[in-house]
Write a new protein. Structure first.
Length: 244
């Protein structure tokens, strides 16, 4: 497998398009070369790509109005450069249940829970994917299937004393798919309820595997170092269920 990347942290579809548009108007415009000094056209033109995936940034994922017209413009650009590529949207995931803030669902309105974030972002992704006639990597569904099942859901550690936490103690974060709590370089307790941890990345990868190759990841033997065997087996089963 050959994997190419044109990504920027927290980058919306609108920003990706504005970068691409700047390069289309003037290939020498530095604004259009945001991906390590290269433009989206340059990266897409480097050989033949079988699959190209796009996604909305998570904080805008629940507001369907933020996808248009940028998803279609990016889709058209990709197709103009790689007409045979299979374009797939990644359905991003809801933040951890104990997050302090969730996705935007309308102008200056935000989801009030992880469940609402999943519901709103799922609906938006499906609407746009249907309009474009493309597939989805249902990673968000896989995350929610784990997080909404009492047997596998992460449960906040209510016994941990956050006010008087002492390095290197951490709350119990069993079954978390998100980075969660950690001690930073200054020995301050940091919190990331948005990004995937090793288990979350593994689950996302399993969904991609199932969709790309149309076969079950249950038989795969690989397991990340920090993922428990029983939990890993459940992640494989869930990935296949949502992909089907």
């Amino acid at each position: 497998m050959k994997i190419g990347r044109a990504e920027l942290g927290g980058c919306s579809l609108q920003r990706h398009w504005e970068i691409a548009e700047a390069a289309e108007k003037n290939p020498d415009d530095p604004k259009g070369r945001a991906y390590g000094g290269k433009s989206l056209r340059q990266l897409l033109s480097a050989g033949k790509w079988d699959v190209v995936t796009i996604q909305q940034n998570s904080m805008n994922s629940g507001d369907v109005t933020t996808y248009s017209p940028y998803a279609k413009k990016l889709f058209d650009l990709v197709k103009s450069i790689q007409p045979d590529a299979r374009i797939i949207m990644q359905q991003t995931w809801a933040y951890r249940t104990d997050s302090k803030k969730f996705t935007q669902i309308a102008d200056n309105q935000f989801a009030t829970s992880a469940k609402e974030m999943w519901e709103k972002s799922r609906a938006a992704y499906h609407k746009i994917a249907d309009e474009l006639g493309i597939e989805l990597f249902p990673v968000g569904d896989a995350f929610w299937k784990i997080n909404s099942d009492p047997k596998t859901a992460y449960k906040p550690d209510t016994a941990f004393d956050f006010e008087n936490a002492k390095y290197p103690e951490l709350p119990d974060q069993t079954n978390s798919l998100h980075a969660g709590y950690r001690w930073d370089n200054n020995k301050k307790l940091a919190f990331d309820s948005n990004h995937a941890n090793e288990a979350g990345c593994f689950l996302g990868g399993l969904v991609w595997y199932a969709v790309l190759f149309k076969e079950s990841p249950v038989k795969l033997k690989f397991l990340p170092e920090k993922v428990d065997g029983e939990f890993g087996a459940q992640l494989k089963r869930v990935a296949w269920e949502v992909a089907k």
